[in-house]
Design a binder for this molecule. Sequence first.
Ligand code: PRP
Length: 215
Amino acid sequence: MNKQDRYLTFALGKGRLVDSTMELLKKCGIECEEITDKKTRKLIFTNEELKLKFFLAKGPDVPTYVEYGAADIGIVGKDTIMEENRSVYEVLDLGFGKCRMCVCGPESARELLDHHEMIKVASKYPNIAKDYFYNRKNQTVDIIKLNGSVELGPIVNLSDVIVDIVETGSTLRENGLTVLEEICPLSARVIVNQVSMQMESERIHKLINDMKENL
Ligand code: PRP
């Protein structure tokens, strides 16, 4: 296949980052209106003129598509990149989708954290939670994997604390919980397949530069 005929494929994480991502790509002269059409059941979208393809995937699957080369480029939150720990290049911080990964719980749980008690930690991010408690805090904890509405954990006594994303803090406030410790800041990032980075170096570097200039 002629190199110019090869499509560069983008995998985008479904959800909060899509609108800001499409807005940025639009500023870079890359249009793909269809992808934001909530009614469509179509999974993959093509820009024939620029030889680009786009698909939306569940956030945690984006690094998987990129590692295996099913997508050349991925746009996804730093939380997902840390949790999935795939072999991909992280090339650009897009600066939007800013939030924090935190240990949260009722104020009463602060004591348990300070005294390095054997606590129960509920999270959608078991790897991040494990790394934080075992490697950074040297604290042995019991990690319980949940898939959403993690704030329920301490409320229904499933866990003492949670490790979760805090954006505005309103979910915590409305449920009587608070930030107890901050793990790290988060934002949307661009990741690239390691082989694509070599094979399509020119096109990918141009895309990254265009994105940088339009942030
Ligand atoms: C995320 C996160 C918190 C909430 C934080 O959940 O897990 O629950 O957003 O945002 P806030 O600080 O602005 O309130 P999401 O809405 O993605 O859904 P989920 O709980 O089902 O994972």
